[in-house]
Design a protein around this ligand. Structure first.
Ligand code: MG
Ligand code: ZN
Length: 219
């Protein structure tokens, strides 16, 4: 059978709650919710939306990292899922509409082995933050970091692509992946747009589904 890859979102998918939502709730004040609503409705892309939201934050790098270290929890089944993928030679990469720093801190805290990841960059000057979008893609006007090109790249290499996500930045990849696991906003979106998806809550459920569908490509 075909070789396969799991391409997964980070915030709200590997972590139980979106780490950016936590950061914004704590350090940005309530105005960010209006911007988030515009992003969800599609009137504002994530590229501009995230910039506007983060501009409201007053947070130092230390406060930011301390928050991640104390407040963030991950899906308790995620590490077991990674072992399952390793055994079955399923490649796993993380693609995030948030920041690499969040992934680094959280992975270190929970002892998650290094996974390839692609994310935006956050920098600090005192309590002001600055964002960089190193992976902006010209094919997509709305995303700061469009995740669809990763799916396309692996499809072109002959992979069966499995995507897991929960939110707005997962819309573009959900349109092109071979198998989509969706929850929360992404599940609603897929439902509205007629994109086939499998509802899930944890990576444990994704594992069960892959086993039941005999999507174990090298075993
Ligand atoms: Mg997410
Ligand atoms: Zn996009």
């Amino acid at each position: 059978m075909k070789k396969a890859i799991v391409i997964t979102d980070f915030d709200g998918t590997i972590t139980q709650k979106d780490t950016l939502v936590g950061i914004l709730d704590k350090f940005a004040g309530p105005k960010w919710l209006k911007i988030a609503a515009l992003v969800r409705s599609g009137r504002l892309g994530t590229k501009i939306g995230l910039k506007k939201e983060m501009a409201l934050c007053r947070v130092t790098k230390k406060e930011y990292i301390d928050f991640l270290n104390t407040d963030v929890k991950i899906d308790p089944t995620f590490k077991n899922f990674l072992r399952f993928c390793e055994k079955n030679k399923l490649k796993v990469i993380v693609v995030s509409g948030g920041f690499g720093l969040n992934i680094e801190v959280v992975f270190k805290k929970f002892g998650i082995p290094r996974l390839p990841y692609y994310a935006n960059i956050i920098q600090f000057k005192g309590n002001i933050v600055k964002l960089k979008y190193p992976y902006t893609h010209k094919a997509c006007k709305t995303c700061g970091h469009c995740k669809a090109p990763y799916i396309k790249r692996f499809k072109d290499k002959g992979y069966f692509t499995i995507y897991a996500g929960d939110s707005v930045t997962d819309r573009c990849p959900a349109k092109v992946a071979d198998l989509v696991f969706a929850k929360h906003h992404l599940a609603e979106y897929c439902g509205e747009k007629g994109i086939p998806f499998v509802p899930y809550t944890t990576f444990g459920q994704i594992k069960k589904r892959l086993i039941s569908k005999a999507l174990l490509f090298h075993s």
